[in-house]
Design a protein around this ligand. Structure first.
Ligand code: AMP
Length: 182
């Protein structure tokens, strides 16, 4: 978890590789669906480009599909997936049906100023429509209003690791490994 631009994707990929687990990023799956013009992509496109969150039912459907894949049998690294309390509740239900749980939550902690600078850089490199200033403002608001409460929800259950997410990629991934005792 963490605000947009916190480094979830980068660190999730490193961790997934180190642990031999697939990384599941709903943002990547949705962007791919938009590019391919699937029904899911057509439904999500405008919402994503404006910087709003896609509906919980859609996201829970995607999570169910991903968790059910054979390559997810040993676990997955979710990247930016649980972004609302109903998603967190839905994921718990979905996992408990399979006698599985969320083992750890990593929260990547970065200041707003740093985020704005990173997203501006990413926009010039990746050209993501939702990295333009208006969409970024909407995404940060969605994060504060809908996603930040999820952190409190998980903190109340224990198992949240706060990772200061400023520094080099290597420094941050070393913090992740330490937090997880790897
Ligand atoms: P990301 O690449 O993680 O920044 O996601 C890009 C966009 O996809 C977000 O701004 C949302 O519109 C949508 N999205 C990705 N994951 C979720 C989620 N778990 N819940 C709701 N919307 C999501």
């Amino acid at each position: 978890m963490g605000p947009p631009g916190a480094g979830k994707g980068t660190q999730g990929a490193i961790l997934g590789q180190a642990m031999g687990l697939p990384k599941v990023a709903t943002g990547d799956l949705l962007r791919d669906a938009v590019k391919r013009g699937t029904p899911l992509g057509r439904e999500a496109k405008a919402v994503m480009e404006a910087g709003h969150l896609v509906g919980d039912d859609i996201i829970l459907g995607v999570m169910r599909e991903e968790v059910g894949k054979p390559e997810a049998a040993k676990g997955v690294i979710f990247d930016g997936v649980v972004r609302t309390v109903p998603q967190a509740e839905g994921l718990d239900r979905l996992l408990s049906e399979k006698n599985r749980t969320v083992d750890a939550v990593l929260f990547f902690d970065v200041s707003d100023d740093e985020i704005l600078a990173r997203l501006e850089r990413r926009r010039s490199i990746e050209g993501r429509a939702d990295d333009d200033p208006a969409a970024v403002a909407t995404r940060l608001r969605a994060y504060r209003e809908q996603t930040a409460p999820v952190l409190a929800w998980y903190e109340a259950r224990g198992g949240v690791h706060r990772i200061p997410a400023v520094g080099t990629i290597e420094e941050i991934s070393a913090r992740v490994r330490r937090a997880l005792g790897k």
